[in-house]
Design a protein around this ligand. Structure first.
Ligand code: ZN
Length: 202
């Protein structure tokens, strides 16, 4: 499966000269929700991710995602795995699991995001699930931003990766690209101007 092509076709992977919310510049930008806009594409990606996960023989009772970004990916993954789905959400900045979702003691839960950057939100949601009795068996995402090491991937984990090293992390592809401080940006040196993603119709 050519995941990069699927992202590009969905305008989820943009190429240009972007001004990121951090103030840094980049040649690429992942608009990860765009790839899930078409439910058929979402289903295809989730089935592929599920087939990788099934090969690991992990026992999974439930998929859990941090809202909002992870919900669509997690729901589709749960469907492909044939298991239950729940989500965690922030209330006054604190991650919580509510809405009547229950977790049995020792319930095997796979955490799922649409994209894992350093994995901070997924880890926070996992901590809440663990406090409620969950046994976290691993992490999954459609895309890996290149800070964590995915099962079968070539990219090594960076020190900023927050995911536990003793649990598997499944993802379909690594989207690793450079981020530049404005003063060191080669795209600026070439004379173009950085713009905010979305400000030019994409
Ligand atoms: Zn620049």
């Amino acid at each position: 499966m050519n995941v990069e092509k699927i992202y590009k076709d969905a305008n989820a992977l943009l190429e240009g000269h972007f001004l990121l919310s951090s103030g840094n510049h980049s040649q690429f930008y992942l608009q990860s929700a765009k790839v899930l806009e078409d439910p058929k594409v979402a289903e295809t990606l989730a089935k592929e991710l599920a087939s990788q996960i099934k090969k690991s023989n992990l026992k999974i009772d439930t998929v859990c995602s941090p809202a909002l970004g992870g919900v669509l990916a997690g729901y589709e993954l749960a469907r492909a795995l044939g298991v239950r789905f729940i989500f965690a959400e922030r209330v006054n900045k604190k991650m919580t699991i509510r809405r009547g979702f229950e977790i049995q003691k020792g319930e095997n839960i796979l955490m799922c995001e649409d994209i894992i950057t350093t994995g901070g939100s997924a880890l926070e949601a996992a901590k809440v699930a663990t406090e409620m009795g969950a046994n976290i068996v691993g992490y999954a995402a459609l895309a890996n931003r290149g800070f964590c090491k995915r099962v079968g991937g070539d990219t090594e984990a960076k020190p900023t990766c927050k995911l536990p090293k003793d649990l598997p992390f499944f993802a379909l592809a690594d989207f690793e690209f450079d981020i530049y401080e404005p003063k060191n940006c080669p795209l600026c040196k070439d004379g173009s101007e950085a713009y905010k993603p979305g400000s030019r119709g994409n």
